[in-house]
Design a binder for this molecule. Structure first.
Ligand code: ATP
Ligand code: MG
Length: 585
């Protein structure tokens, strides 16, 4: 492609709402333009890069035995009601009423449609295993779209769905996708880590997340230094009581006086209580009331800890929970919000879950279940039970600094989730009737898995990882072009002739080449070449030609080298091949 004829609107200034580096570089390098909050146009360079990612994803899915199809983005809401996911997705799902008054959604993903398709077509175990996928736009009305394509409202996702007859077969399908994902990220040239993940809204029995470590990521990876454990923050399990979690010496509480009620008028938050009573958050016990269907659940965590809703759900055997509304809290505790406490609460709820760190506290300050009152000197195990029928001590909070796993210190780093694989089990197949007859003629629900990759997030993450003060540094596999010919004296006939000839030779060899044929100063062209980040640059100029040479420079290196004109094309082809080899799976 010739630069003079390509739409590459590079700019110096970026809008203030471009929050992260990759987003700013995409705008500066003319890869994308914003239309509205969370929606973007992908311009020629951006789209070329996305197409290369899509091609890699498609090749690896096909190689793993998955079959590509395409299903509609406009999906009947009724299907989502049948699995209960209309409620789970809530306002994140775009919905639209058609002219006949039927309700539809714009697919944020497609488990329902694929399972419904399978329900109509799969009859026998002989048709299994089957894995179907699509690469299409997905729609999510994100509460806060941000970081450009990383959290957008319309994005391209590859989503695959597997159907199996036995757990072993499901495991095989799952591992085939897991391996395909490793190959995809390796081939795209991005560094990634795999972490254990919670299956969350998908409602399955096992999951891994593929995450690209970088500072602007919204996810947190929790890991041990020796690499024996890695999980995302939602999943990360912690040892019951790491030394740092205990705030007082054992036995210190034995001689404590009885609980003492204190008047704390209008003091309902942890910070306010701490100020008022001159205590610290780690010496307080938070009592949170949740609704799980018709049941109410009380959960206790230390004042300085945050309850992890995923862990609460797991402890409750997968039940969906929401923080209870004001009315329910008042009914359960007999007090206004902000004054719930553990004493006597077990009798008022269906279940009480106590975090390990609370059980290990020698003493704490709690709400009094009485408006405007708190209680001091509350001793877990003495003033409220740690054992009982409707009571569990469990891992309930997010991992934090100082926590351990199997005795090893946990470390934290930020990352961008680019893909996730799930074992779904029979959640969808049962609800939507995707069943098969096994060898004995017994009807069973299919065992399912689902597998998603965010194409736009790979694109953005590659830029987050590959950049310097001058612009983007693309991995060659997903760069918009592999080579840029920068002709610095385009108006000189002889120079232009050499550049034209190199361009033709590279095109003939199947190299993706951008020829900067603009009549502009060399400095401007070099700046643009660096900004758009093409991995290999060939510079053709008057001075070099006089010596019979052109210059080859890799975007990632500071040095360049000279090539004789007649060998330049062949050498460049070799360099491209070796760069590609560096990142082959
Ligand atoms: P997140 O937790 O970041 O909201 P998710 O876990 O809800 O993502 P999935 O439902 O697992 O996402 O979707 C599969 C993949 O689609 C994700 O791994 C991610 O790469 C991509 N993805 C999800 N939401 C967005 C979005 N708003 N913009 C761009 N890509 C997205
Ligand atoms: Mg996910």
């Amino acid at each position: 492609m010739k630069y003079s004829k390509t739409f590459i609107p590079t700019v110096k200034e970026v809008p203030a709402d471009a929050e992260c580096l990759s987003h700013r570089l995409m705008i500066r390098a003319g890869l994308i333009r914003k239309v509205a909050s969370g929606t973007y146009c992908y311009l020629p360079l951006g789209w070329r890069s996305l197409l290369k990612i899509i091609a890699i994803v498609r090749e690896e899915m096909n190689r793993a035995g998955a079959q590509e199809i395409i299903v509609p983005s406009i999906q009947p809401k009724e299907l989502w009601d049948r699995t209960g996911r209309s409620a789970d997705y809530g306002p994140t799902m775009f919905s639209l009423e058609d002219r006949h008054g039927r309700m539809n959604v714009l697919g944020p993903t497609a488990e329902e449609v694929f399972t419904n398709l399978a329900a109509g077509e799969i009859k026998s175990y002989k048709q299994l295993p089957m894995n179907l996928y699509q690469i299409t736009a997905k729609y999510r009305d994100e509460f806060r779209p941000r970081f450009g394509p990383i959290r957008s409202r319309e994005f391209i996702m590859k989503d695959a769905y597997s159907f199996d007859d036995t757990p072993d077969s499901l495991h095989e399908s799952y591992m085939a996708m897991y391996d395909a994902y490793c190959r995809i990220f390796t081939r795209c040239g991005v560094e990634y880590v795999i972490v254990e993940a919670e299956s969350g809204e998908m409602g399955g029995s096992g999951s891994h997340q593929f995450t690209i470590p970088c500072e602007s990521g919204e996810d947190t990876i929790v890991y041990t230094e020796d690499g024996s454990y890695a999980a995302n923050l939602e999943k990360a399990a912690i040892d019951p009581v790491a030394p740092s979690v205990i705030t007082s010496e054992p036995g210190e509480s034995r001689n404590l006086p009885a609980p003492q009620e204190v008047h704390t008028p209008n003091v309902g938050t942890i910070e306010a209580v701490c100020d008022f009573l001159k205590t610290k958050p780690q010496d307080m016990i938070k009592t949170l009331i949740y609704a799980a269907g018709d049941d109410t659940v009380a959960a206790l965590v230390r004042g300085d800890h945050d309850l992890n809703p995923e862990k609460l759900t797991q402890t409750l055997g997968g039940a969906h929970t929401d923080l209870a509304d004001e009315q329910t809290i008042e009914k359960v505790t007999g007090a206004k919000v902000g004054f719930a406490g553990p004493i006597g609460i077990a009798e008022k709820v269906s279940k009480l879950i106590i975090d390990h760190a609370v059980a290990a506290m020698p003493v704490g300050v709690t709400g009094a279940n009485k408006t405007d009152y708190h209680i001091k000197n509350v001793v877990p195990g003495r003033d409220f039970p740690l054992e009982g029928d409707n009571l569990t001590v469990a891992d309930l909070r997010y991992a934090g600094q100082g926590d351990t796993r199997d005795g090893k210190k946990l470390l934290f780093k930020k990352g961008i989730e680019v893909g996730q694989v799930f074992k779904l089990g029979t959640k969808y197949s049962t609800k939507l009737g995707a069943r098969f007859l096994d060898e004995q003629g017994v009807e069973k629900p299919c065992l399912m898995g689902c597998y998603g990759i965010g194409v736009n997030r790979i694109f953005a993450s590659a830029i987050e990882l590959g950049n310097d003060e001058n612009g983007i540094v693309w991995p060659i596999a997903i760069a918009p072009f592999e080579v840029i010919i920068t002709c610095v004296n385009q108006d000189d006939e002889e120079v232009a002739k050499v550049a034209d000839s190199l361009y033709k030779q590279l095109l003939d060899a199947g190299i993706d080449v951008l020829y900067d044929d603009r009549i502009l100063r060399g400095g401007v062209k070099f700046k643009d070449a660096d900004l758009i980040g093409i991995p290999v640059r060939l510079t053709v100029g008057k001075r070099g030609i006089a010596e019979g040479q052109v210059e080859l420079k890799l975007r990632r290196d500071a040095e360049s080298r000279k090539l004789p004109i007649d060998k330049a094309a062949d050498e460049t082809i070799e360099v491209v091949a070796s760069l590609k080899k560096e990142i082959s799976a």
